[in-house]
Design a protein around this ligand. Structure first.
Ligand code: ZN
Length: 181
């Protein structure tokens, strides 16, 4: 079990302000399913992880967003997901249906970031996020947060950081109502 990697990534998410309080969640795929953080856990001190099988059988106490992770792994086959609540990304999602980064890293690594709808914990959110993750490694759930997918937690975290940076740059350029993309 890679609990140390969960803790390390959780600490980075906190130190960059990409999550606050006991929000957000992370998961790591295995052959039989995936390990996910507990509902209400602090990502820098995740404690014990919960397992969800490929068939969608979940241990009680698993993050309430396990459906999004389950459908996303089924849809893409990739290895890890980070869900965070970064401020600029959430704010941008109220203004744009898709976000086109202006900065070089964003252009290279996530040139078109889809914004999807669906209430937290619902099948609709799981379906919309998993479909969008086939086109882009990061999506933003409108008014809620980012879902980033990578080969491991580090890559998923880096994508979260890049998207937040791209949204911040757009804001600093006068976006979010000021700049039409
Ligand atoms: Zn959330």
């Amino acid at each position: 079990m890679q609990i140390k990697e969960f803790e390390l990534i959780g600490k980075r998410l906190f130190s960059e302000g990409l999550v606050g309080g006991n929000f957000g969640n992370m998961s790591l795929k295995t052959a039989e399913g995936f390990w996910i953080t507990k509902s209400g856990s602090y990502l820098d001190e995740p404690g014990e992880l919960k397992f969800v099988s490929n068939e969608g059988v979940f241990e009680s106490g698993a993050s309430s967003e396990w459906r999004v992770h389950h459908q996303s792994y089924n849809s893409t086959g990739k290895g890890a997901i980070v869900h965070a609540h970064p401020g600029y990304s959430v704010a941008a999602s109220f203004y744009y249906d898709e976000i086109i980064p202006e900065d070089s890293e964003g252009k290279m690594l996530c040139p078109l970031i889809p914004v999807v709808t669906g209430e937290p914990g619902t099948d609709l959110l799981a379906r919309n996020v998993s479909e969008a993750l086939r086109m882009s490694p990061v999506v933003i759930a409108k008014g809620h947060g980012t879902f980033s997918m990578g080969k491991d937690l580090k890559e998923a975290y880096l994508l979260t950081s890049i998207v937040e940076h791209s949204c911040k740059i757009i804001y600093l350029m006068g976006g979010f109502g000021g700049l039409s993309l």
